[in-house]
Design a protein around this ligand. Structure first.
Ligand code: C2E
Ligand code: MG
Ligand code: MG
Length: 646
């Protein structure tokens, strides 16, 4: 309710109208009394004050004078009707003798205003009342006029009436004032009541608005699921905390948390369980934060914590280790008990950035490194990570163009059977030539493509190209060998992609057995049903599947038994170390024995020297691949050197 509407309401009320009527009456009464005072009583008082000697005296003195003249001259007193005895004392100006002249005056009272009495009649210095002096002559002035002063006074009737008038006026005035005061009091009361009412409604309105604002703030600034501040509140508080730490010359740490494999919890147990997990995670993390730390849900399964006013980096280690340890006990959720871990990236102000965005970006980058390091750990940001980021961005943009412009190449490296000397298969290795003629190391850009998801397109291109080259060799009349392509873990995330590969093989009128697939060992660390199904689909179709870089990852011998595999490749690091390390030689031997025991082909990679080759033979591994035999070759060179014509 605004000011205008209060007054509108107020004036509309009946009470107010009657109040105004009374107020008007009161004011009229006061005005009337003032009017009466001004135009009646006041002039009368002034008149009375002036009448004593001058106003009335002068006029009546003249009439009396003429009467005296009559008295002294013709002595015709009979003209005065009501008689009054007065004594006249007249000083003789020549002798100074006091002359008295007694006279009986008959004064016409009707000639006087009703309220006035002729009470005194002075001649010279003497005044007396009701005395008769008869023998003295009348004193005349130089001009022969009688000097006489008539003194009249207002009589009690006058005062009585005056007092009555004043009392009446005052009474009326009082009534008017009382009316005005009463009305003013009543209306002011009423007005105050209205104002208070308005204030109350205003207070209520403000309270309502405030609580609505608070609700809005809660929705806008807090995450509704976990009740933690959301990213908007985080960003607002971040700048303040940063400024405070800067002012105090302290450090500030930005911790970026991302839950490991959270998506799987959602996929396997449903979103409700996922939500319940996020709530419990938020609770456990909050339990570790200090009072002045800020923990926010950044979105999805990401949390950000700001630790401000730090003296020592080690404080961060302590807190983050506590948080990671807090994830160890299982999470009891409705319908499931779940184990989950988190990867944490940390950036520090002022070393790693001066503004919230930069610190968040760098903490995020460090978090990715923690993921790459095997998850369930934390990483502090380093400037190399920034260079990596720039490189990753460059790769992402340019790989896209290279794919579009068909500038990628496949090279082929032979795999030789030492017993027969025959090349029975080869590995297709991707090359990305640059304008300067150099190739970008696939180890570098493949990892980036896996992160950005571009790997699926890259693998698609590789399958196509491997099939196209094989087809071309066949068309050129060569006896072809199996071409093994490298696939990434991401290719197994989508079953459709693998069906598409089989379709590509068919489209080139090839048999599935002409193409082999190498998969990294770490995919098999904990093979999901999805991966096992995908491998089974390929295996059943006749695709040769081998595990690449065997021995470096974590796969157990058990996985060799459980999975539909056809071969394993001993990682080149064992081969390179074998000449000087009995242990590595022993591992090579063990892998070879185990692989052969499971009926798998065993290939040694990275054979660079004759000595490497000899050691491979010694451990019983009779198929080798490496620069000692040949570097990866173009399709033409490979065909010319290793393929037989039909
Ligand atoms: P990988 O699958 O283990 O490939 C073998 C690597 O060893 C190749 O490196 C090959 O050139 C190299 N090599 C061959 N002989 C020797 C040798 O005598 N000494 C040494 N030191 N190295 C030798 P490249 O071509 O640089 O590939 C590196 C990795 O990149 C591959 O390792 C593979 O994991 C990945 N990669 C290569 N091509 C592809 C591809 O088309 N798709 C996918 N997803 N990954 C690929
Ligand atoms: Mg390989
Ligand atoms: Mg390898």
């Amino acid at each position: 309710m605004n000011k205008q509407s209060i007054f509108k309401n107020f004036f509309n009320s009946v009470d107010l109208k009657s109040s105004l009527l009374f107020l008007g009456i009161g004011l009229v009464i006061i005005a009337m009394t003032l009017w009466n005072w001004h135009y009646d009583v006041k002039p009368r008082l002034i008149n009375e004050a002036q009448s004593n000697t001058r106003v009335l005296a002068s006029s009546y003195a003249r009439s009396i004078e003429s009467q005296f003249q009559n008295v002294t001259g013709q002595t015709d007193i009979s003209v005065i009707h009501n008689s009054i005895n007065e004594m006249l004392l007249i000083n003789d100006p020549t002798t100074g003798e006091k002359l008295y002249y007694g006279i009986t005056l008959e004064v016409d009272y009707d000639a006087f205003p009703a309220d006035y009495d002729l009470v005194n009649f002075n001649v010279g210095e003497t005044s007396c009342k009701s005395c008769i002096i008869t023998e003295n002559p009348i004193y005349k002035s130089g001009s022969g006029e009688l000097i006489a002063i008539l003194k009249i006074y207002a009589n009690p009737v006058f005062y009585q009436r005056l007092v009555e008038d004043i009392v009446n006026d005052l009474a009326l005035m009082l009534i008017g004032i009382i009316i005005v005061l009463v009305v003013a009091w009543l209306t002011s009361n009423r007005l105050m009541e209205r104002i208070r009412e308005h204030e109350r409604s205003l207070v209520y309105e403000i309270a309502e608005r405030k609580s609505a604002e608070e609700r809005l703030h809660q929705v806008a600034a807090y995450d509704q699921l976990t009740n933690l501040p959301n990213r908007y509140l985080l960003q607002a508080d971040f700048a303040r905390k940063l400024e405070e730490s800067g002012r105090n010359g302290k450090m500030l740490a930005t911790l970026f948390f991302d839950l490991d494999n959270f998506k799987e919890v959602n996929d396997v147990h449903g979103h409700e369980t996922g939500d319940a997990l996020l709530k419990q995670v938020a609770k456990r993390m909050s339990g570790v934060t200090r009072n002045y730390d800020l923990l926010a849900r950044f979105g999805g399964d990401e949390f950000v914590m700001i630790m401000s006013n730090l003296d020592d980096r080690l404080d961060v280690n302590q807190v983050v280790e506590k948080i990671i340890a807090g994830f160890v006990p299982a999470f009891d959720l409705p319908g499931a008990t779940v184990h989950i871990t988190t990867s944490v990236g940390i950036s520090i102000f002022p070393e790693d950035g001066n503004d919230p965005n930069e610190l968040l970006k760098n903490a995020d980058l460090a978090m990715y490194r923690a993921k790459a390091e095997g998850r369930n750990c934390y990483q502090f940001f380093s400037s190399e990570m920034n260079l990596e980021l720039q490189y990753s961005q460059w790769v992402a943009t340019n790989l896209r163009r290279a794919l579009d412009d068909n500038r990628l190449k496949l090279y082929f490296q032979p795999q030789v059977n030492l017993e027969t000397g025959a090349v029975e298969s080869c590995e297709a290795l991707i090359r990305w030539p640059q304008e300067d003629g150099e190739n970008i190391n696939p180890d570098d850009f493949i990892k980036i493509a896996e992160r950005t998801g571009q790997i699926v397109e890259v693998s698609n291109w590789v399958v196509n190209e491997a099939c196209r080259v094989t087809r071309e060799w066949m068309d050129q009349g060569y006896e072809t060998v199996r071409v093994d392509i490298n696939l990434s873990g991401k290719d197994f995330a989508n079953r459709g992609v693998l069906y598409k590969f089989l379709q590509i093989i068919q489209r080139h009128h090839l048999k599935a057995g002409q193409i082999g697939v190498e998969i990294a060992e770490n995919i098999l660390l904990e093979p999901t049903d999805q991966v096992i199904n995908a491998l089974t689909v390929l295996h059943n179709a006749g695709v040769h599947i081998s595990i690449d870089d065997f021995g470096t990852g974590y796969s157990s011998l058990n996985s060799l038994k459980r999975l539909p595999l056809a071969g394993i490749k001993i990682d080149e690091s064992f081969v390179h170390a074998a000449p000087n390390s009995k242990d590595d030689l022993t591992i090579m031997q063990a892998i070879t024995l185990a692989g052969q025991g499971f009926g798998l082909d065993v290939i040694a990679e990275g054979v660079e020297t004759e000595w490497h080759q000899t050691l491979c033979k010694e451990v019983g591994c009779n198929t080798i691949q490496g620069n000692y035999v040949s570097k990866p070759l173009t399709p033409e060179d490979f065909a010319a050197r290793y393929l037989k014509k039909n």
